[in-house]
Design a protein around this ligand. Structure first.
Ligand code: RB5
Length: 149
């Protein structure tokens, strides 16, 4: 199950990617903007990441205008590793090395064709583990440091 959310600036791209998910038979939960009206991206990030953390979704896709605000917000949620990707290489390696559980995209930055290929790469690539697990554990250690509570 994929959660897919956007603000107003990512709404058009979200619609295109939801259609793609339907085409490839991937189930999804839609969050955020559903009518093009202005909506705050931090709230979308929070609600969508909650679906991943609770196990209702395996991974998520988040889209705002640049992909930046929504990725900054998502990475504040404990356990979320959100990656803003602008090409397939980034999507591949953020799965292989970072075990990213949220893909962020800029709806005003990339077109539907590239975004679709990035999404397919993100969904089809597994985590490599090994030395990369140790580094992910170190990210979790930072989250758990008392001074950041
Ligand atoms: C909305 O205008 C825009 O600021 C938002 O979508 C995003 O790009 C923020 O990072």
């Amino acid at each position: 199950m994929i959660a897919i959310g956007s603000d107003h600036a990512g709404w058009e791209l979200k619609k295109a990617l939801m259609a793609h998910l339907e085409e490839i038979g991937e189930k999804y939960i839609e969050t955020g903007c559903t009518d093009g009206k202005s909506i705050d991206y931090p709230a979308v990030a929070r609600d969508t990441c909650e679906l991943v953390i609770s196990g209702k979704a395996d991974r998520a896709v988040l889209i705002c205008g640049t992909g930046i605000g929504i990725s900054i917000s998502a990475n504040k949620v404990k356990g979320i590793r959100a990656a803003l990707c602008t090409d397939c290489y980034m999507a591949k390696y953020t799965r292989l090395h970072n075990d990213a559980n949220v893909l962020c995209l800029g709806g005003r930055v990339i077109g539907e064709g590239l975004a679709t290929e990035i999404l397919d790469t993100f969904l089809s690539t597994g985590f490599e583990g090994g030395r990369h697990q140790r580094r992910i554990d170190m990210i979790a250690d930072i989250e758990n440091e008392a001074k950041y509570k």
